[in-house]
Design a protein around this ligand. Sequence first.
Ligand code: ADP
Ligand code: MG
Length: 414
Amino acid sequence: MQEIVVGRKKDNLFIRDAGYIGRYIVGEGEDIHLTSKIYLDFQKPHVILIAGKRGSGKSYAAGVILEEFLELEEKVKKEACFIVVDPMGIYWSLKFENKEQKKMLEEWNLKPKKYKDVKIIIPAPVAQDYKQANIPYDDVLTLSLSEFSANDWILALNLNRNSEEAITLIKIFSKLPAEYEMDDIIDAIKDDNSITQKVKNYLLNVFTSVNTFNIFSRKGLKLSDIVEGGKVVIIDVSRLQGDEFGLKNLLVAWLARKIYHSRLQSRKLEESLKLKGEKIEKKFPFVWLFLEEAHNFIPSQGETTSTEPLLTIAKQGREPGIGLVVITQMPNKIHSDVLRQTDIVFCFRITSKEDIEALHTIMQTYVKEDIEVMLSKLPKFPGAAIILDDNLERIIRIQVRPRKSWHAGGTAVI
Ligand SMILES: Nc1ncnc2c1ncn2[C@@H]1O[C@H](COP(=O)(O)OP(=O)(O)O)[C@@H](O)[C@H]1O
Ligand SMILES: [Mg+2]
């Protein structure tokens, strides 16, 4: 079998700016074995779906992709930044060696390794736990409240647009000063005598509760505090409180919007420098955004705060240089527009008919039965997957390589 670079056209076979992610699985049953190396392309941004049942190797594979990004030569690496929204709080372990699977690594001719170019951002309440566990972190997550509109909150709170609550929010927000803080919102609600008591109580409860989570402030992090060329940035939201108020979706919406605008601006600048024949210096690196539990951020049913900004990235991100990696147990619960934009699928074990159906909608070029047969031929151990690649126009079976850094996936939160 020929070594290949997944995500690249057949005629571009040079193995550079690519990461070694695993080996071909060949044969069936007793005869099953691994052959040539499989690489993943880092030259272009991709929209990648990683799907599979719980424990099948999704997060582990995402970790392998991150490791390979960090192994790129310095010059290439500096051009991009990989951001992971981590709802399980497991990716910090990239900073530690994989001692648990040392033997397996030896069989693959690999050595345990820890990565230093990993930046960890955590919500304030988790800081103590990180300190106790002796895990270094780099920044505390804060967001500028005034960067979120009434409409963001209407979606975050899952309000009907025509409801009294939603209409009141729009009215309140239209009267706020430029860089408003939580107190401004709370006062505006309190002072408005035209709001019925029921709606007043509801909104006061929402914003006073959100205020206790210590995530919003007048001056929150800027995207330039987060994004840095050559780094993997982990945003640990495992214990970010306030899911009932859609806070994780607000965070992801903000990230996606800012990344898109920053890249668009940078792209314009790069193009004009290129036209003038000047040396191109990237002001703002390419970004790849990894989303675990992605069905929560771009669900197939209903709209969340993060839906529209993520759809924009999925549909229009390639041109300005934004990659998207969506990870889920339930591909059929992911917005169909994102599925349609996907050019690479890693599918670990799945069984449900709906999920196979969902995969088929992505890759119309493949016969559904072919996908089913390939999936049924996968060995039962974790890390075995099929890859559907729109660029190579092929389905292959892969065994994802063991991780060099530790995978805290099994252990969940610290
Ligand atoms: N490619 C692999 N090689 C070796 N072990 C793996 C591989 N992928 C997964 N595993 C094992 O399976 C466990 C579950 O994988 P994980 O990626 O956390 O599952 P999930 O699909 O739920 O994200 C890991 O903790 C690891 O022990
Ligand atoms: Mg996982």
